[in-house]
Design a protein around this ligand. Structure first.
Ligand code: URA
Ligand code: CA
Length: 442
């Protein structure tokens, strides 16, 4: 197949055939198509889009570019949850142990931090000793024994996505509904998930900034999953401020432990219950969302969720005693407050910029080869709508290199907008997207 013809065809806005899409996915996976042609086709897809048939076809071909895991030995319906990525968004560490404590089997493949967003694998690895790599049979055994495991992508899952994602990251082609949908769903299908709950973020810290684009992405993913025969649904949730108060790897682990210990709550817990209750419904443990939430809450209050997190950390080689004493997690040496520059109300946050401040302190990678500092990041002291006085802290930096403080303070003071009027507060959940349709909650 001549790739130039395929690029020209998509450039002129035509739909690609199944054979053309297969050649693209295979050529990306085996390296036979040069990066410049892959990049040109990605940009053409970004501009011209793909219809539902093409997007489904691309997803299936990406899934088939590598192995497909067989989780049938676990028994029952394995449920997976995936977020499009956010800031201070550690729902996985809250809801996976709670869902497992309620009897769900959660075999979860997670990702690393990407751009301004954090990644569950980096957070887990910030726990002393905890590993996110294991063989498939061990993964299955752990889910059978304690109900949950969270690991990274193995080498042979979706090699096409690995190649394409790396290129998209450096060619301005991340923000595309067919490319994001095929990337995420191909990995979910290849990892053997029986039922899928998606958290599609919307707002200033999300991949998709507008509600309409986020709903379009959610619909595309639900359509592909349904076509592949999987129970699937998506919630569109707000990312106009960090979801939890803590941003950074051990900081987010600490917040998850604080929540599971009953010492903290807030929006991070609320969204975790919204998603987790739908996971329980998807695998038949709860009859409806209300019952799912009640079960999750009782697993929280009894300490069963925290016990599951401890068991999972220990099964993955980590020091489970961090669950009883969060001071055993790595701590940053310096804490520096970011003062509010004026009186007023917290009116808006550039959540992407806040994520990048944490990355700049060492919580994320600028380049693939960068090494993360597990302990650094920031803790938000305010939320949207809060009244503040000049000099009052907006956030507290946790850092190991004091010389980074000044720039981080300036960038946060710019990212957190203070106005005279109290703003209208954004909802936590904007919409629910199921195979039956879209339900807007605002
Ligand atoms: N996460 C993914 O795995 N893929 C994308 O394209 C975007 C977010
Ligand atoms: Ca995340």
């Amino acid at each position: 197949m001549n790739m130039v013809d395929v690029i020209l065809k998509k450039r002129s806005g035509q739909a690609l055939s199944a054979e053309e899409i297969r050649a693209f996915a295979r050529g990306a996976a085996d390296g036979s198509i040069p990066d410049y042609q892959l990049a040109a086709l990605l940009m053409a897809i970004c501009w011209r889009g793909m219809d539902a048939r093409e997007t489904t076809c691309l997803t299936m071909e990406m899934m088939r570019s590598g192995g497909v895991m067989d989780l049938s030995a676990i028994g029952g319906i394995c449920v997976d949850k995936h977020s499009t990525g956010g800031v201070g968004d550690t729902t996985t560490l809250v809801l996976v142990p709670l869902a497992a404590a309620c009897g769900a089997k959660v075999a979860k493949i997670s990702g690393r931090g990407l751009g301004h967003t954090g990644g569950t694998l980096d957070k887990l690895e910030s726990i002393p000793g905890c590993s996110v790599e294991m063989e498939q049979d061990q993964f299955i055994k752990q889910v059978q024994q304690i109900g949950c495991a969270v690991i990274g992508q193995t080498h042979d899952l979706c090699p096409a996505d690995k190649a394409l994602y790396a290129l998209r990251d450096v060619t301005g082609t991340v923000e595309s509904v067919p490319l994001i949908a095929s990337s995420i769903i191909s990995k979910k299908l290849a990892s053997g998930a029986g039922a899928i709950v998606l958290d599609v973020k919307t707002g200033s810290g999300a991949l998709m900034h507008t509600l309409d684009a986020s709903i379009e992405l959610a619909q595309a993913m639900v359509d592909i999953g349904t076509h592949a025969g999987k129970p699937i649904l998506a919630l569109v949730t707000g990312m106009d401020q960090p979801l939890g108060t803590h941003v950074g790897n051990t900081l987010e682990v600490k917040e998850a432990i604080d929540i599971l210990s009953g010492r903290a709550g807030g929006d991070l817990l609320a969204v975790s219950l919204e998603l987790g209750s739908r996971m329980l419904v998807a695998c038949g443990i709860a009859a409806d969302v209300g019952e799912g939430k009640a079960r999750m809450r009782s697993a929280l209050e009894s300490g069963a969720g925290l016990a599951r997190l401890r068991a999972m950390i220990e099964a993955q080689g980590g020091d489970g005693s961090v669950c009883d004493d969060v001071s055993r997690l790595p701590q940053a040496r310096f804490h520096v407050e970011v003062p509010a520059p004026r009186d007023g109300f917290v009116a808006r946050m550039d959540t992407t910029a806040i994520g990048f401040v944490a990355q700049g302190l060492g919580a994320g990678r600028r380049q693939k080869s960068d090494v993360i500092d597990p302990a650094v990041g920031l803790v938000m002291d305010v939320r949207l709508g809060d009244a503040v006085r000049a000099g009052q802290p907006l956030a507290t930096l946790h850092l190991n290199r004091q010389e980074l403080a000044q720039e981080a303070i300036a960038r946060l003071q710019e990212a957190i907008v203070i106005a005279e009027e109290k703003p209208a507060l954004p909802p936590l959940v904007y919409a629910s997207v199921t195979p039956q349709g879209v339900e807007r909650m605002m």
